[in-house]
Design a protein around this ligand. Sequence first.
Ligand code: AR6
Length: 169
Amino acid sequence: MKIEVIKCDITELDVDAIVNAANISLLGGGGVDGAIHRKAGKELLEECKKLNGCKIGEAKITSGYNLKTRYIIHTVAPKWYDFRINNKEQLLKSCYINSYELAKENKIKTIAFPCLGMGVYQVPLPIGAKISIDTAIQYANDFEEIYLVCFKEEKYKYYCEYLNEKQRK
Ligand code: AR6
């Protein structure tokens, strides 16, 4: 199957690219971002420093350094609790679309996404899962494998159910 929902640590995956749920500075943080920077090593931070940050909904690419993945695509989800941001769903969708487009430009064939925005940035599970799975279906033909990585059981279950529902239709 081309789209696979899996439960694991994304930093362990041997794929062409993993996507990072970064912040606008691109200089690291907590959650999956922290895990990626810790494992990839200092060289990742050095490359990130040269990128001049990243706007919400946009994506930038770096090397994977000490990770098994060849590339890391960094994207920034909207903070769901930030009342100053209006079009949050569209911005979250842009995170996925811009990541897939950047992956295509770099001839990436296998890609893994975490649940973008669904930790510290508090994107609700039904909204985040829908956008993640709908965009994966949209891009399925452009990739050999798309992994949607859930870290927690609750998200894993919800993603599996939503994807099954979509594939039955
Ligand atoms: N592998 C896969 N998924 C993970 C891992 C991992 N190793 N670790 C956490 N997750 P978050 P956000 C899941 O908070 O909401 C950082 O400080 C986690 O369970 O990492 O976009 C950045 O620097 C959740 O479902 O990202 C930003 O400041 C999902 O990854 C801010 O957090 C995303 O949670 C971004 O917040």
